[in-house]
Design a protein around this ligand. Sequence first.
Ligand SMILES: NC(=O)c1ccc[n+]([C@@H]2O[C@H](COP(=O)([O-])OP(=O)(O)OC[C@H]3O[C@@H](n4cnc5c(N)ncnc54)[C@H](OP(=O)(O)O)[C@@H]3O)[C@@H](O)[C@H]2O)c1
Length: 165
Amino acid sequence: MRIFLTGATGFIGSALLPELMQAGHRVLGLARTEAGARSLRAAGAEVHRGNLADLASLQAGAARADGVIHTAFTHDFSRFQEVCEQDRGAIEALGRALAGSARPLLITSGTGMASGAAGRLRRSGSSRLERAHAGAAGLAPERPRSDRRSRAHALLGNLCTGHVN
Ligand SMILES: NC(=O)c1ccc[n+]([C@@H]2O[C@H](COP(=O)([O-])OP(=O)(O)OC[C@H]3O[C@@H](n4cnc5c(N)ncnc54)[C@H](OP(=O)(O)O)[C@@H]3O)[C@@H](O)[C@H]2O)c1
């Protein structure tokens, strides 16, 4: 498969790139700078120039691929809400580019964790406020983390071993 890999020059993307290639896939890496493009070529990837702020460039990359792995993220915590909105827009744009096809979209994300009480582990959906919000919004109960993680791992494992067609 030809995989469009956003964030291919980043911490996670640069680790995924050789694994995908060793598994027999071609990687089309997103680069927003010429230095990034050079490093992707040196690693054996094809380059797609674009930027998270340019949704058309992301969709053009997705259109050139059999599947997408999205690991790009602007780690600027001084404008965290803005960069999260940018990430949401990028994921939605990539999803629209793949809609109606069997081509997979795998994304990475982060969750800010803060302890609700000293010494206690904070769990997503565990607070009364979060449950109230979910109820008011008519949202279904969240799927357990372990289930979501195992599905993501299975898909990534299949990509790396070439079992996704
Ligand atoms: N690293 C972890 O331990 C960890 C843990 C949990 C979740 N995550 C999540 O995994 C994802 C990737 O994390 P990471 O650690 O690999 O991040 P990273 O090392 O900061 O890499 C970010 C990547 O995104 C690219 N990028 C940043 N802004 C961009 C923009 N405006 N347009 C296009 N590309 C842009 C960077 O390109 P440049 O090379 O051009 O800067 C780089 O390739 C994030 O969503 C993060 O929250 C990471």
